[in-house]
Every structure is written in structure tokens, then in C-alpha cells.
Design a protein around this ligand. Structure first.
Ligand SMILES: Nc1ncnc2c1ncn2[C@@H]1O[C@H](COP(=O)(O)OP(=O)(O)OP(=O)(O)O)[C@@H](O)[C@H]1O
Length: 320
């Protein structure tokens, strides 16, 4: 059963020059207990999708289509109802823990404030108990809730933010580059922790990253984004060992051998298109080594092949 679904979802930024089509007509679903990886080059719309689910994008952002959590459509929902869902049903883990951990508040106060937003009657004592429990789960000694986040190491801050996103026991957690700012060993520890927690809490997680190596291990299913579209969706193993879309194939080839953060996409010449005016056919066509005539003329539909979904003319019947 899917806990969250997007159908025909569009998220556009309004600018003086026109609309930036950062998420453009995507379908997406995640089931209970599932981890879905969302990968792609910088600027392809991953964070827009993640933050769009929480409706924390600039107020001028245009949404269309459906984003459904437990049967409720977030696209048409008013701000007051969204606030009840934010944190409670959908948690968020950011790349920079300081986004969530106010440096001028003690950790216990941050947790208390978060709990109080959704459970106004909670006492400080109850909040402390819940905080202690969740801090222990992420490997932080409960007494450290008396400290400020700046007294924590980078890895501990990330653990504290994970605890904060879990304290309300959300149905879905969105983790946007949760390990990017950390060193390799701490990255591995945090990924292991996320994996343990999702099993224990049976929660669903959307894992946003530009690092295919990270998601290949952690995710059940991977969605590859390119220029506002999901161009391939497959089980992790399938995507890793039998990628179908030429972009996915090239992305896999570009995984660096050494563990560096920034992908060097030396195998993919050119750069992603301008999302103010994306190409009218396949958005990857200008860079695709297998491009056919149809590719630049008409947008391909998503087709299912061997259990994967792929948006590419190589796999579609051409009906002009
Ligand atoms: N607030 C904004 N106003 C206008 N355009 C924006 C805004 N935020 C992002 N964009 C544009 O939307 C597109 C998608 O950006 P987004 O940050 O979602 O991509 P991303 O895949 O998450 O990249 P990164 O990994 O670099 O964060 C880009 O063209 C970006 O320039």
C-alpha cells in the first residue's frame, strides 16, 4: 500500500523570465517501510520535489497535480492543515543540520518546541522522556540534551536531526543529501543508522542524493531524475546492473572510484537544459549518444519493461 503518491505533479518556480519547470509532470509512489532513492545531477529537481512535498518552497511556487498522503492531497490543502502534517506525518532531514537545530536553543528545548507544535498539552517532563528515548536510538547519551547543537560534532548533529525528525513518529521521512557534508566514515555510520531506524519504525523514506553508490545500497527502488522528469524507475539491483535509460547508463559510468562528493560527469558531455525553456522532445536528447530523429520532436511516454519504468524512445513504439 502506498503511503505517499504523486500523480501528474508539476512544481514550477515563478520568475521574471517565466516559469522554471523544476518538477514537470511526474508520477511517484512509495510504500510503507520502503526506501526510495531519488538521484540525478545537480539542478534536476530533486530538492524541489522533496521540499515541495512539505510545501516549504517560496510562496509564489506553482503546484499542479496530486501529492497524496493517506488519501489527502497536499497540492490543494490549506497552510493550516499542511502545518499539522509537516513534522508529524512527514519528517525532513536536511544536508545541513543547522537548518533544523537552532543554535541558540538547547537540544531539549528544540525537541520540546517541536513536540508542543503537534501535542500542545505535552509537559516538559514528558517531552524530556520522549527526547531521551529517541536520542538513545540514534546513539546520543540522553544527558547531552542539556547542550547546544554547536557543542556537537558534525556527525552527532546529523544524528540529533534524525532524532528530531523521528520524535513525532512520521509516516514518511524525506532525507535530502543526509550525508553529503560528512566525512566518509561518518557517512557510512549515518547510512547504517538510517537503515536500522527505518526497519525498527517501519517508516518510509525518500532518500535524495546525487550519489548513486549511496542509494544503490540503501534503497529498495531508485528513481532517476533528469531536467524535471523521472526518466527511469526500477528496483535498485535492476537499475544498478541493468540500467535502461542512456542517462542512467552514463550516470552509473560516472560514479567515481574514490569516494568524493561531487560527481564528475566526464562521461556525459554537455549540460542539463535550461528549465525555463526545456527541449520539446526528450529532455536528454541534446546529450544522448543514441538519439534518433523522433527524440528531438516528441516527448517519450513512460513505458514498462522488465518491471522497470523508462521514459525513452529506444523502448517505445513510435506512433507519430
Ligand atoms: N527558489 C528558486 N527559484 C527559482 N528557481 C529555483 C529555485 N530553487 C531551485 N530553482 C531551480 O530549479 C531547478 C531544480 O533545482 P533543485 O535544487 O530542485 O535541483 P537538485 O536536483 O536538488 O539540485 P542540487 O542537488 O544542486 O540541490 C534548477 O534549475 C534551479 O536553478
Amino acid at each position: 500500500m502506498s503511503v505517499f503518491e504523486a500523480r501528474g505533479l508539476k512544481i514550477y518556480y515563478k520568475t521574471k523570465r517565466g516559469y522554471i519547470k523544476a518538477v514537470d509532470n511526474i508520477n511517484f509512489s512509495i510504500e510503507k517501510g520502503q526506501v526510495v532513492g531519488l538521484v540525478g545531477e545537480s539542478g534536476c529537481g530533486k530538492s524541489t520535489f522533496g521540499q515541495g512535498i512539505l510545501k516549504i518552497l517560496p510562496p509564489t511556487t506553482f503546484y499542479n497535480g496530486v501529492m497524496e498522503i493517506e488519501g489527502k492531497n497536499l497540492v490543494t490543502m490549506g497552510e493550516e492543515d499542511i502545518r499539522k502534517i509537516r513534522g508529524k506525518k512527514i519528517g525532513m532531514i536536511f544536508q545541513d543540520p543547522m537548518t533544523s537545530l537552532n543554535p541558540i536553543m538547547k537540544i531539549e528545548k528544540i525537541f520540546y518546541e517541536t513536540l508542543k507544535t503537534h501535542e500542545p498539552d505535552i509537559t516538559l517532563e514528558e517531552a524530556r522522556e520522549r527526547t531521551a528515548r529517541v536520542l538513545e536510538k540514534v546513539g546520543i547519551k540522553p544527558e547531552r540534551m542539556k547542550e547546544y547543537s554547536f557543542q556537537f560534532s558534525g556527525g552527532m548533529r546529523q544524528r540529533a536531526m534524525i532524532a528530531l525528525s523521528l520524535v513525532l513518529n512520521p509516516t514518511l521521512v524525506i532525507a535530502d543529501e543526509p550525508t553529503t557534508s560528512l566525512d566518509v566514515i561518518v557517512q557510512a555510520q549515518i547510512m547504517e543508522l538510517l537503515n536500522e531506524l527505518r526497519r525498527e519504525y517501519d517508516m518510509s523514506m525518500i532518500l535524495i542524493t546525487h550519489d548513486l553508490g549511496v542509494v544503490a545500497e540503501a534503497a529498495d527502488k531508485i528513481c532517476v531524475m533528469y531536467a524535471g522528469h523521472i526518466i527511469e524507475e526500477a528496483k535498485s539491483e535492476e537499475l544498478y546492473y541493468a540500467p535502461k535509460h542512456p542517462y542512467t547508463q552514463l550516470l552509473l559510468k560516472s560514479i567515481p572510484n574514490t569516494n568524493i562528493n561531487d560527481l564528475d560527469l566526464k562521461y556525459i558531455p554537455g549540460s542539463p537544459p535550461d528549465l525555463l525553456n526545456p527541449p520539446k522532445g526528450c529532455r536528454f536528447a541534446p546529450r544522448c549518444p543514441f538519439k534518433k530523429e523522433i527524440c528531438e520532436l516528441k516527448e517519450p511516454k513512460v513505458v514498462e519493461i522488465d518491471g522497470s519504468k523508462v521514459k525513452c524512445w529506444l523502448y517505445s513504439e513510435v506512433k507519430v
